[in-house]
Design a protein around this ligand. Structure first.
Ligand code: SAM
Length: 218
């Protein structure tokens, strides 16, 4: 019988075996929201679950002051050597988002995460992460994230491991979000928009929600 896999080990292995697991190009989410970040005059931004940095490098090259975290040390080490080779200055670190974010209150103009909250995190943990993001954002700052949704071809498939959570044949647990869950988790924020999109980066096509939240002004 298929068993549930340790997710951190899964990511370490995936990144060890493939230096471009999601490809080299920035994600659909990064391309979609970069104009909004520029329009909002974002300077300092925090990326959570940065993986091997395909979006981190894109934002850094665009001139944003990017700080990025992931719990996979394989991914972070690879990013460090790539950043050195490319002469890019970046603040990158290993961190599990279930722990408090290592930054003071109101220290970022924006927080960004592509396909992090859709990992093996239960609703209570996701809510904690979103509240931590709220704490480190300045008033008026944006929290932009993406999650796979209940229209995704993998929703309801393979090994059921928890509420709306399924482990795919590659061994990754995915938490799928109905729109109502996104709305419920937006507590304390202004919900700017939820937009459905498709991401065809390797290894398969995914259907996601782009979510843009704003920390209210005081
Ligand atoms: C689907 S991948 C997306 C990676 C990257 N955002 C991208 O699009 O290329 C999810 C990432 O979240 C990281 N991750 C999963 N759970 C985490 C946690 N609890 N704390 C920090 N990072 C986590 C994984 O290591 C992985 O790099």
């Amino acid at each position: 019988m298929e068993e549930k896999k340790n997710q951190k080990q899964q990511w370490e292995k995936a990144y060890q075996n493939n230096v471009d697991f999601f490809g080299e190009e920035p994600s659909e989410l990064a391309l979609s929201v970069v104009g909004t970040l520029e329009m909002e005059e974002v300077e300092r931004m925090l990326e959570l679950g940065c993986g091997q940095g395909r979006d981190t490098f894109f934002f850094a090259r665009k001139g944003f002051d990017v700080h990025a975290l992931d719990y996979s040390s394989e991914g972070i080490e690879l990013m460090r050597s790539k950043a050195e080779d490319g002469g890019l200055k970046m603040d990158i670190g290993v961190h599990d988002v279930r722990d408090p974010l290592p930054f003071p209150d109101e220290s970022f103009d924006a927080v960004y995460s592509h396909m992090l909250l859709t990992m093996e995190l239960v609703e209570e943990e996701i809510s904690y992460v979103l509240q931590e993001c709220l704490r480190v954002l300045r008033p008026g700052g944006l929290n932009i994230y993406s999650v796979r949704n209940d229209h995704d071809p993998h929703y309801g498939q393979f090994l059921h491991v928890g509420e709306d959570m399924y482990q795919n044949p590659m061994g990754f647990v995915v938490h799928f979000f109905p729109e109502e869950k996104v709305r419920r988790l937006s507590e304390g924020y202004l919900l700017e928009w939820i937009k459905e999109f498709e991401d065809s980066s390797p290894p398969f096509v995914k259907r996601l929600y782009e979510v843009v939240l704003r920390k209210p002004e005081r």
